[in-house]
Design a protein around this ligand. Structure first.
Ligand SMILES: C[S@@+](CC[C@H](N)C(=O)[O-])C[C@H]1O[C@@H](n2cnc3c(N)ncnc32)[C@H](O)[C@@H]1O
Length: 292
């Protein structure tokens, strides 16, 4: 991990715990909760209506932390020619990929493509195919309009990952990698195990999950005001999108059927000199493999 990854002491942990106890005292009222749950996808649609593809741009860590996503990556992006990749009839590949040789990546909660497009740009693997889903149809439409969206190399579709049955354009046991980047935190904790069990079903034996998400006591958690708490460590933002803050143990428990390749905490100091505040960004990063 980067050099500014910091440890913190029991005093800092205690101060954070107190802040969370305070902002969790009052939970959101029932009517609001109903709206949050029933319209979760609509709240993300509204988010993307406002931000379009200008949010979540910072992906400098993507290939250093998850080299598996583009193992043939060289430092320079593959040159892409909009006139070649910008429409659905484009051909970038002389040899059409057969199902057998494909390396399939599936990103859940792909948003507007801030992970998928960098992979498409950097990977030189002719056998790579990337699927992406999001329950926000606005996000999926924005993604499809991007000149980098190349139907020879990727396919995105609307899917609520918490649905009982997944309607997906691939078979069970067919995925090499599933990407979960700041998406599980947006899902009600009670529904997370069912999402993980679907991931298990669709991964190949030996296939990998790469995960990065908010960690317990991240500054975003400490900044919540009273009345925004939905359940323990689960909050509704001002725009009604929701966010959970994980511990390493919880992530471990969620992936208990998998083999753990990595489960680490990435904590970075963020100093606000004006307000004399010391706060931390806290992320959990993990890799879990489906047994052979
Ligand atoms: C914090 S954003 C992260 C987006 C993207 N992974 C990134 O890092 O740029 C969370 C995304 O998860 C999507 N999402 C939340 N709950 C979902 C669900 N149940 N099924 C599918 N997508 C969901 C949201 O629409 C949103 O695009």
């Amino acid at each position: 991990m980067g050099g500014d990854n910091v440890q913190w002491d029991s005093e800092q942990e205690e101060a954070a715990k107190q802040k969370v106890e305070q902002n969790s005292q009052i939970t959101i009222n029932e009517d609001e909760l109903k709206n949050l749950e029933e319209n979760a996808d609509k709240h993300w649609d509204a988010f993307y209506d406002i931000h379009q593809n200008r949010f979540f741009k910072d992906r400098h860590w993507l290939f250093t932390e998850f080299p598996e996503l583009a193992p043939d990556n060289t430092s320079a992006p593959v040159r892409v020619f909009p006139e070649v990749v910008g429409n659905n009839t484009s051909k970038t590949n002389e040899d059409p990929k057969s199902e057998g040789t494909r390396r399939n990546i599936f990103e859940i909660g792909c948003g507007v493509g801030n992970t998928i497009f960098p992979i498409l740009q950097y990977s030189r693997d002719p056998n790579l195919f990337i699927y992406g889903c999001d329950f926000s149809s606005t996000a999926i439409n924005i993604m499809k309009e991007n000149p980098l969206y190349d139907t020879n190399r990727c396919k995105v579709f609307v899917l609520d990952a918490t649905a009982t049955d997944w309607e997906v354009p691939f078979e069970e046991n067919s995925l090499d990698i599933v990407v979960l980047i700041f998406v599980l935190s947006a899902i009600d904790p009670s529904k997370m195990p069912s999402v993980i069990s679907k991931i298990y079903r669709y991964l190949k034996p030996g296939g990998l999950v790469v995960f990065r998400d908010y960690g317990r006591y991240d500054l975003a958690q400490l900044r919540f005001k009273k009345g925004r708490c939905v359940a323990d460590n689960f909050y509704a933002r001002g725009d009604n999108t929701m966010v959970y803050f994980f511990t390493q143990e919880e992530v471990k428990e969620l992936f208990k059927e998998f083999i753990e390749d990595q489960n680490l905490i990435d904590r970075r100091l963020q100093v606000n000199r004006g307000k004399m505040l010391t706060m931390y960004r806290v992320w959990i990063q993990a890799k879990y493999r489906k047994p052979m």
